[in-house]
Design a protein around this ligand. Structure first.
Ligand SMILES: C[S@@+](CC[C@H](N)C(=O)[O-])C[C@H]1O[C@@H](n2cnc3c(N)ncnc32)[C@H](O)[C@@H]1O
Length: 234
């Protein structure tokens, strides 16, 4: 994918270079498999064409952009819908037509409210072992985008709450949890955080336990097991 980007003679692609190893990690398992990728924010369509070349003939690439001119990048395996990522009706129509999605990439307006609206609508329509990627999150620190350092409306702060919710089994204080955050935590195997990019990796909730396995020496503790049963994950 990196080589393809560096030598691209097709439609222009506009991405930060350090995203490429993360894209490859995420996309590798879908190569030559039936999969649906949704990218919010198409611009000239170069990245959608790159995903198609990388993923092969079974991939369906769907784009969403507010700019009707983006339609020009449509071709076989690539469909582009026009509308705003902040409009629930647009998102519902997208879901009805194409979901579930194996990977969602949000490279759209990068405005905090839009990013969160899209995430709240689309997350449950990502497959059980799929990924939701939000990129260019340096805007989470910029007031014109609805962000700011420590601003509770920023998607970085939202993600910090998901991290807390993932650890709910160990939290002893009472807290008025947003049920959506608990739902996200329940279906998230891991959250990868890089400069300006967050990847929510979905996975089935498994029993949380920490078995000790191995030979028992006479003076060691007995083999044991630590288990947490959280009401939120039951
Ligand atoms: C950074 S560009 C996308 C670049 C493209 N993904 C690439 O890698 O080459 C951002 C795109 O988001 C679109 N956009 C801005 N606001 C939007 C919104 N509210 N809903 C959907 N798309 C939006 C813009 O029209 C623009 O095409």
């Amino acid at each position: 994918m990196w080589h393809d980007f560096l030598t691209n003679q097709d439609l222009p692609i506009h991405k930060w270079t350090h995203y490429f190893p993360l894209y490859e990690d995420t996309f590798k398992k879908y190569q030559n498999r039936t999969c649906t990728i949704l990218e919010i924010g198409c611009d000239q369509g170069g990245s959608m064409h790159l995903w198609k070349r990388y993923l092969g003939p079974y991939a369906q690439i769907v784009g969403l952009d507010i700019n009707p001119a983006c339609k020009a990048a449509e071709e076989e395996q690539i469909n582009i819908e026009i509308g705003s990522q902040a409009d629930p009706e647009v998102l519902n129509a997208l879901i009805n037509k194409y979901a579930p999605f194996d990977v969602v990439i949000d490279d759209g307006s990068h405005r905090m409210q839009d990013v969160e609206t899209s995430f709240r609508h689309l997350f449950e329509h990502v497959t059980a072992d799929g990924c939701y990627i939000v990129e260019d999150l340096h805007t989470a620190y910029w007031p014109p985008y609805g962000g700011g350092f420590g601003n509770k409306n920023s998607f970085i702060e939202f993600t910090k709450q998901v991290i807390d919710a993932i650890h709910i089994a160990y939290i002893q204080e009472k807290y008025d949890w947003d049920p959506f955050l608990l739902e996200v935590a329940k279906h998230t195997r891991a959250v990868r955080i890089a400069d300006s990019m967050i990847i929510f990796e979905k996975g089935r909730t498994i029993r949380k336990h920490a078995p000790k396995r191995g030979r028992v020496s006479p003076d060691s503790n007995q083999l044991g097991e630590l288990t947490f049963n959280s009401c939120a994950f039951s």
